[in-house]
Write a protein that binds this ligand. Structure first.
Ligand SMILES: Cc1cc2nc3c(=O)[nH]c(=O)nc-3n(C[C@H](O)[C@H](O)[C@H](O)COP(=O)(O)OP(=O)(O)OC[C@H]3O[C@@H](n4cnc5c(N)ncnc54)[C@H](O)[C@@H]3O)c2cc1C
Length: 739
């Protein structure tokens, strides 16, 4: 089994370096314009819809001039993303006189920089102060939610010159990016990711840029995945057979998707997969019956030939007898005339005899051919059933894998749109973050707080890593209860959860809770997960527009859970990074359908619960889950090797029951589409203030991922800068995203 997270098949760009990471020394060998544009998710030769909207006069006539300037700026950032690219830097590299259009150059720089296409993450600011140019100083923005989208947004807003505060309900930052650190006896920590774990392709992925800015070590994931069933590894032949069947099913499903019958309605992916399976079963039974019928027909033909042959034998015997009698009569005849007549009859009868013998031989030949054909048919019958029970179990493992990628049951997924984001997947191998994915969060938080990046000295009087801008204020343990958009400001009511815990829920004379405080901001960015929006845990005043409410309802928010097991030593094959296990029935397909072994320093296994098993895992107690996992591992690797005494620590996640997350990530439910992501990304605003939305559930092209959430944060920072800052190009804050 060869496998990829969230995709079936991997697209690669030949020759594009994929393992580029870390520091200056390992800067990419590829410094081509194409490389820079891939990294920026832009075409080197075509302006994106957003670029066209911002620079319409160039889109209409002089796109080449725009692209030449834009591509050079992208190149500077691509070559060294550890230092800010300034307008002055860009001007310096414009060699050709005709390209020197300083107004356009500044416009492009602001466009790229505000949106975080360049100058995002953790980098040294050289002095081009957005605040100075765009007059946003003193504008206060609140970011609700300290997940990757919120932190990316806050960090970028700070760079753009805003005063920013992040409020997080939990006692930690990172949201669905959370790494567990366990004592490993060497004074270090054995890590495992409880939430996001995989960087899905590097070219174009902003996490790749972050990995070059600060030290995050990426480990390439090998995609072989042995499968175990009833304690034994399955053979390559059966593995390949079932994988082929699964791919054919997906091909058949893709054809159904395009059919006219489904032009105006959506159905569930699961229903169509079941229908395709039913058709395959029927086709298989029909093929088997037809095969039997062909054998029967051949037997009938053989029988008729045998009858004909028997008749010919009789005719040969009779004709032979006739010849003997005629020859006798010829010998007895005395006159020549009579003899001549007999000789004529003898010759004629002999010709008849030869014809009979010839026919008989032909029939014998035909009989031999048909007998052979019958033997061949009997030897190679088509399968009497499409798949046997064992093979079905294997097939359902692939369905569990698809359910994992979507954090949803196959029956809940939209046939039409479940894979709408496939075209935007980044190419190349997938990676894990060696020391835990939340190192990315910590680095970004440090930077936003003003801690200079490693190796960069703190300048005199500087209080942040972004020139003179104010450090982001981080507040945790406070949940946002109400967001009220007024004429000039947006008021936010926060609840101090520590006070709530202490039972101080007394209401004061104004009818407000003692644990609640209200603050006003110029704008608010709401990054809470879709699960929280669905549960209506935040009171929006005025209520969210109907189109937004409808999209919140239509999109799905699924579940996915993990068990982390830290053992004393490794009993599994360490050469692989993952192995799959086949559930006893198709319905139990998602329970421990896969174990990851990505930590090569410490013996840590991470087991997965996908589809309906993810919810079930949250309803049973941790001990039961651990016992079931141990039973399964013992079955595969032997009772002696897998013992409870060797299990040092274990954790089971419960993403759905977390009141501030309520699931794993968004998916396209039956009836929903990619447009719902666009709707969720649109701000609610008036001339002076507004509520902006970020988070993985607002990214049509990259939903359900860390990089998608990160990019959504940058997008909203850019949108806010366009709203409050000086215009250097045509702006429209309700434009859709085209990152
Ligand atoms: C088990 C699992 C595995 C995953 N695997 C991968 C993977 O391998 N690769 C990948 O790219 N992605 C993966 N993902 C998805 C990825 O983690 C998310 O898409 C991404 O982290 C979402 O970031 P976000 O900022 O949109 O939301 P979040 O990280 O959820 O941040 C939102 C924050 O808002 C806070 N909040 C909620 N309500 C309030 C409130 N009222 N007031 C204040 N704060 C509030 C929450 O506490 C949370 O911290 C996985 C997710 C899960 C759960």
């Amino acid at each position: 089994m060869v496998l990829n997270y969230q995709n079936i098949g991997t697209r690669t760009i030949p020759g594009f370096p994929t393992n580029r990471s870390l520091n200056q020394e390992s800067l990419p060998a590829d410094t081509s314009v194409e490389g820079a544009c891939i990294e920026a998710r832009l075409s080197p030769t075509v302006m994106s819809p957003q670029e066209k909207a911002a620079f319409p006069e160039y889109a209409a006539r002089n796109a080449n001039i725009y692209l030449a300037l834009r591509n050079r700026i992208l190149m500077l950032w691509f070559i060294n993303p550890q230092r800010e690219v300034t307008v002055e830097d860009a001007a310096k590299i414009m060699e050709r006189e005709e390209l020197m259009n300083s107004e356009l150059l500044a416009g492009i720089w602001f466009f790229l920089s505000r949106r975080g296409i360049i100058n995002h993450g953790v980098f040294e600011v050289k002095g081009s102060d957005h605040a100075k140019h765009t007059n946003v100083k003193g504008k206060k923005i609140l970011v609700v939610g300290g997940g990757i989208s919120g932190i990316a947004c806050a960090n970028h807003l700070k760079y753009l010159g805003f005063e920013v505060k992040v409020v997080e309900a939990m006692e930690r930052f990172g949201g669905r990016v959370l790494s567990l650190r366990m004592k490993n006896g060497r004074g270090e920590a054995a890590t495992a990711d409880l939430g996001a774990m995989i960087v899905t392709g590097l070219p174009g992925n902003p996490i790749n840029t972050l990995s070059k800015q600060f030290k995050i070590d990426l480990k390439k994931i090998k995609n072989e995945c042995p499968l175990y069933v009833d304690g034994k590894e399955i053979t390559k032949a059966i593995d390949t057979k079932i994988e082929t069947v699964f791919n054919k099913i997906l091909e058949a499903v893709a054809k159904v998707k395009k059919s006219d019958k489904l032009k105006d309605r959506d159905v569930s992916l699961g229903a169509v997969v079941e229908k395709v399976l039913e058709n395959q079963r029927r086709a298989c039974t029909e093929a088997y019956i037809n095969h039997q019928k062909r054998i029967e027909k051949k037997h009938e033909h053989l029988y008729s030939l045998e009858t004909e042959g028997s008749k010919l034998i009789m005719q040969i015997a009779e004709t032979n007898q006739e010849i003997i009698e005629l020859e006798q009569k010829d010998r007895e005849a005395t006159d020549n005339n009579t003899k001549c007549i007999y000789i004529y009859h003898i010759n004629k009868t002999k010709v008849e005899l030869e014809n009979f013998i010839k026919k008989f031989r032909e029939i014998e030949k035909k009989k031999a051919t048909i007998t052979d054909e019958i033997k061949q048919l009997e030897k190679n019958p088509p399968p009497a059933e499409f798949l046997n029970f064992f093979e079905y179990r294997l097939l359902y493992w692939h369905i569990a894998n698809l359910e994992y990628a979507n954090s949803a049951e196959i029956n809940d997924l939209s046939l039409k749109n479940w894979d709408q984001d496939d075209a935007f997947e980044f190419p190349g191998p997938h990676f894990a973050v060696k020391d835990g994915y939340d190192t990315v969060i910590h680095s970004l938080v440090d930077h936003a707080k003003g801690v200079p990046p490693p190796g960069m000295p703190k300048k005199n009087g500087e209080n942040s890593g972004h020139g003179q801008t104010k450090a982001v204020e981080f507040q945790w343990g406070h949940s946002v209860r109400k967001i009220e958009m007024k004429t000039n400001k947006t008021a936010v009511t926060l609840r101090d959860l520590s006070k709530e815990k202490q039972g101080q829920e007394n209401t004061n004379q104004e009818g407000e809770d003692d644990a609640d405080t209200t603050e006003e901001f110029d704008a608010v960015v709401c990054t809470v997960p879709l699960g929280v929006l669905k549960a209506e845990k935040i009171d929006f005043i005025p209520p969210l527009p109907e189109f937004k409410k409808a999209s919140i309802e239509r999109l799905g928010f699924g579940n996915l859970n993990k068990i982390v097991m830290h053992f004393e030593d490794r009993f599994w094959d360490d050469r692989v990074d993952m192995f799959g296990t086949i559930g006893p029935t198709p319905n139990s397909r998602g329970e421990f359908y896969m174990f990851w072994s990505l930590n090569k320093k410490d013996p840590v296994l991470v087991g997965m619960f996908a589809g309906s098993s993810a919810d079930i895992a949250e309803t049973v107690c941790k001990d039961v889950v651990i016992r079931r996992a141990m039973m399964l591992l013992k079955e595969i690797f032997g009772q002696g090797k897998v013992t409870f005494t060797k299990l040092k620590r274990s954790e089971v996640t419960g993403w759905k029951r977390n009141p501030f997350i309520r699931g794993a990530y968004s998916y396209i439910k039956v009836g929903a589409s990619g447009r719902d992501y666009d709707m969720l990304s649109l701000p609610v605003e008036n001339e002076n203030t507004g509520i902006f939305f970020a988070g993985e559930h607002t990214m049509r092209k990259y939903p359900a991922t860390v990089h998608g959430a990160y990019l959504s944060g940058l997008r909203e920072a850019g949108r806010i800068a366009d709203k409050f800052g000086k215009a250097f190009y045509r702006t429209n804050t309700s434009e859709k995203d085209d990152t």
